[in-house]
Ligand binder design. Structure first.
Ligand code: GLP
Length: 260
């Protein structure tokens, strides 16, 4: 696991965008796993800038989003589909047919989840998965006690997650109780994981995920089992890490060819 410590979310987002840009330049038909939430907003802004100002080409890229609320239509202001359209896809040259987001209105949810897994396989698997982290340690919507081998499926949100995400809805009562999310097994199969965490309310989850034991109680800790993970943190999210000096030392001494 590579831990990259930056002072601000903006600086960390630029590095995350460089990692993705390098992949897309090397493999123009890369498959990207994408996340929602406030965390990746700076990254998405930078990807749009790279496309519009530096010609980074997304025309052959395929994307799969991590999750979606159940019962929320794709054009609902709080849907993750609309979030992605407004905050990323509208600024890129990515054909709509190459965008995949779980359908919160699917009639047969288990069949839809299976088809989603099949679509990821058919695309050749995810090359790089962007991840945020919930304050309770969830990835996607894999809440604590999610099986670390789980696949795309329905999940029930914890009350903590519903409260955290209530800011996007008019009232807490409007936050759905259920969602469709890629499973931990699905996420761990991506070739590279890129987790971003910003702000003091992520510090506890970040330290447990990186330095704590691997446990379904802290789903993000399963990233310790993955061979290629980059974690990008701002100063506030890194305050509870005990090995910060080492992470910084590793980063400062990266061989030139490994730098971003
Ligand atoms: C939601 C999403 C997660 C995201 C998390 C953190 O629950 N399903 O994918 O990582 O929120 O959100 P934020 O980035 O807004 O803190």
């Amino acid at each position: 696991m590579e831990i990259i410590l930056q002072e601000t979310a903006a600086e960390a987002s630029v590095i995350a965008a460089k990692i993705i840009a390098r992949l897309v330049r090397e493999k123009p038909n890369a498959v990207l796993g994408l996340a929602t939430g406030s965390t990746p907003l700076g990254l998405y802004r930078e990807l749009i800038r790279l496309h519009q100002e530096e010609g980074l080409d997304f025309s052959q890229v395929t994307t799969f989003n991590l999750d979606e609320y159940i019962g929320v239509a794709g054009d609902h202001p709080c849907s993750y589909r609309l979030f992605m359209m407004e905050n990323l896809f509208s600024g890129l040259n990515l054909p709509a047919s190459q965008i995949h987001i779980p359908d919160g209105l699917a009639e047969d949810i288990p069949a839809h989840c299976e088809a989603y897994e099949e679509a990821i396989r058919a695309a050749g698997g995810i090359d790089l998965q962007v991840l945020g982290i919930g304050s309770d340690g969830h990835l996607g919507f894999n809440e604590p006690t999610s099986s670390l081998a789980s696949r795309t499926r329905i999940k029930t949100l914890t009350e903590e997650t519903r409260q955290d995400n209530a800011r996007f809805f008019e009232r807490v009562a409007d936050v759905p109780h259920h969602c469709i999310t890629m499973g931990m097994g699905t996420i761990l199969e991506s070739r590279v994981c890129l987790m971003l965490a910003f702000g003091a309310n992520k510090a506890a989850a970040v330290s447990q995920a990186i330095e704590g034991p691997v446990s379904a109680m802290m789903p993000a800790s399963a990233l310790q089992l993955h061979p290629r993970v980059h974690v990008l943190l701002d100063a506030e999210a890194s305050t509870k890490l005990t090995r910060k000096d080492y992470y910084q030392y590793v980063y400062d001494n990266k061989p030139t060819w490994q730098r971003y």
